[in-house]
Design a protein around this ligand. Sequence first.
Ligand code: ARG
Length: 530
Amino acid sequence: MCVRFSALSIVFPAVECSDNLFAQRNGVIHSPDFPNSYPKSSDCLYRIELEEGFFITLQFEDSFDIEDHPEVTCPYDYIKITAGVKEFGPFCGERSPGRIETRSNIIHILFHSDNSGENRGWKLSYTAIGDPCPLLEPPPNGRIDPSQATYTFKDQVVITCNTGYNVLKDGVESESFQVECMKDGMWSNKVPVCQIADCKAPPRLEHGFATFSSPDNLTTFQSGIQYSCQQPFYQMMPNVSGTYTCNAKGFWQSPELGRRLPTCQPVCGKPRFSRSLLARISRGGHAQRGMSPWIAMLHRNGRPFCGGSLIGNRWIVTAAHCLHEELELEDPVPRSSSIISPSSFTIILGKHRTQRRDDTEQHMQAGAIFVHPSYKPATFEHDIALVALSEEARLNDYVMPICFPDSVLPKDTMVIVSGWGKQFLKRLPEALMEIEIPLTDHALCKEAYAKLQKVITDDMICAGEKQGGKDACSGDSGGPMVTLNNRTGEWQLIGTVSWGDGCGLNDRYGVYSNVLLALPWIKEVTGVDY
Ligand code: ARG
């Protein structure tokens, strides 16, 4: 028997049809050669093997034809299905088994044919589905994708929040969250919460403040805030509205600056007490309180020794020669060690009277000294220096910085020079003095000083009247020479008192360091740019 069987299989080799594994959730299986007649003497095994939790349903097509016998059940050819412990079939004949719900995840289909008969065979399609999970409600302000009436085993859904809300799960915020329907018909996780984006307390703005648009100080999505600067001594830069809105990502955002903050910059050159035309000084005289709020007194060993001007809220521009141990022109080239120590002098702002206390004064310490890199002590070229204050000046009606110059001024432009320097009687004045004088033609000034073998370089500006009289003098050095910019209405710093031959002599002029020329250096060192 064994021998005959093997001999037969050599003659009629059975088709290879037992290596069929189906691992997909859907598929189509049919007898070999379907719809042509299936081969003889074959044992075909088809396996559908899916993960536990799936239930496989078979659907046989109506076209079904397996060799039959009128009395005996499927003695020759048949199809038999095992589903775990359950068995379906054997099936044969021309009636399709139709639909079989196996409730199993592993199915073996055995198809046997003997050595005779001509039949077309069978074809089925199968699907696998798991148990449904409970209805899933989207969280408030969120949604579930994809949206379906029911979800079954292996279905995954993504929970996303509406714009301005974030998924919050176990204290962690994220863009979205995924849950999966598991084999036991339960969801892998609870539906997370959609939490509104929160911009939190707005970052603080130096010399400014934020006000909330909502009465209850909301910082959440779509809330608004308004930044303002401490008026009238600080102004917003750049000149923007200062309105910020909390965006969907939880950041304060402005239409002009995005996530960047504006800055509050000191207002310069606009004194509260301004000079009226009537009060203009003609002969020179005492200044009015608060009309030169940028002036600084440099004080050392109990007396004023130089002037300076406030720029920004923590820098003083003065003359380089003011910061040397010896102030004499004849000094040899000083080494850096001859620069006075920042702790050896005091800067007094809000000052008016020379020797007596003012209610408005602010005493400051110098943090550092920067002398112009091209300063030449022997010739007073680039006689300009910067002093960093160790703390910010408190800006008020008596303390306000001066603006930078913006263009070269023509000769005869009237400028104001102020200081606590010596008067002709070689006495210190009671209080701050000021003079109004015209700028001198550069060539004329050069010529006047050529007689004294003194060189007027391009970094120097001269001012004064030909007949003399009004001039700065010893002790005024470093102090401001200013003019009113009619276009902007702001006072700007043109020069700093530097040197001269005597004081107020005729055909001599006061010499000042040109601030416009030093401006790139000043801006670079101080970072001030208003
Ligand atoms: N070098 C002098 C000082 O130490 C200032 C001189 C100004 N003189 C003049 N005639 N403008 O104060």
